[in-house]
Ligand binder design. Structure first.
Ligand code: TRP
Length: 311
């Protein structure tokens, strides 16, 4: 892990333009900061997604073709959102096995105990590792399934990759399987800009923590106050970019002697979160091969849970 971290950081910081892969946000400090982000008023995403789960579980239950299924969740995380959906589906009489997939075995342990606590009768089969690989393997079993990709994770792919991802899922699903994705929608750009630039500056710390992590793990000498957090939302493309900006011309050294040079105002790209319209989501679904797309949204249409099916 540390070796790949080192290689990825060296590659990203010697590229032009510079970048840091977004998977590295989530070390212990990053996890804590992200938990705080999720509670911010301005970061509306998790709150609204949960609200929609509360209002659409019955319709999701009715849309499912079988009453005994596998629920496979890609990038499941701690399961806190999913719990509500699973509880609702269970109370409607759905029989299911819950299969959470995540890269982090740590987070899967938290997930399993949270779900098991509230739903002692449900079989849980957590699988740690690359969720796309695991999913391809699981898809050989022909059990009917509901595949879930929540939390607006799709937004962190470029639109091309997002389509490729949905196509891949489609190709590994059977005719009566369903795909449920939580996707953030295009809306007043001010609201999106604020979600990635909160007034308490937690998002700023979260972004700067990438440099802190490089200091801690690779013995670098980044001075965090010489960098700024710069989020930029383009409402036409629907892309919320996050950058770090070097506030001066400077040199940064790793413990092994490797040096990186930053121009004044040079950018480091750290993340992108794409936002879609309901129409764009339908088009993506159709292009991937699905015949039906249904949206469950909040009344303001800030966020959607979109259900992709074939029959
Ligand atoms: N990837 C998540 C998102 O796009 C997490 C996130 C929230 C994030 N705020 C951020 C990532 C700021 C980078 C910078 O919503």
């Amino acid at each position: 892990m540390n070796k790949t971290f080192e290689q990825d950081i060296k590659k990203g910081l010697s590229s032009s333009p510079k970048y840091i892969p977004s998977q590295y946000f989530y070390d212990e400090t990053g996890d804590q900061l992200f938990q705080q982000i999720m509670k911010l008023e301005e970061y509306y995403l998790p709150r609204i997604e949960l609200e929609i789960i509360g209002s659409c579980s019955h319709e999701i239950f009715q849309a499912l073709a079988f009453d005994a299924i596998d629920i496979i969740e890609l990038g499941a995380g701690d399961g806190s959102k999913t719990l509500k959906l699973l509880k609702n589906l269970k109370s409607k009489g759905l029989n299911f096995r819950y299969i959470p997939l995540d890269i982090s075995s740590n987070v899967l342990e938290i997930n399993q105990s949270a779900i098991q606590n509230h739903l002692p009768d449900v079989d849980i089969l957590p699988i740690a590792g690359d969720y796309m690989k695991t999913f391809s393997e699981l898809s050989r079993q022909k059990n009917p399934k509901l595949v879930m990709f929540l939390g607006s994770n799709l937004g962190n792919f470029t639109p091309d990759k997002a389509l490729g991802f949905i196509k891949h899922l489609y190709q590994h699903m059977n005719g009566s399987d369903a795909l449920l994705m939580g996707i953030d929608l295009k809306k007043n750009p001010q609201m999106i800009a604020a979600a990635y630039n909160d007034s308490q500056q937690i998002t700023r710390m979260f972004n700067l923590n990438l440099l802190g992590r490089i200091n801690r793990e690779l013995g670098a000498d980044f001075k965090l106050n010489r960098f700024d957090h710069y989020p930029f939302y383009d409402p036409i493309k629907g892309s919320a970019f996050s950058y770090l900006v070097s506030l001066e011309t400077q040199k940064v050294k790793l413990a092994d002697g490797t040096c990186f040079y930053f121009e004044k105002n040079e950018l480091i790209h750290t993340e992108v979160s794409y936002k879609y319209s309901l129409k764009e989501i339908e088009k993506m679904g159709m292009k991937a091969g699905f015949l039906k797309v249904r949206h469950f949204t909040d009344p303001q249409e800030y966020f959607t849970l979109s259900l992709f099916q074939n029959e």
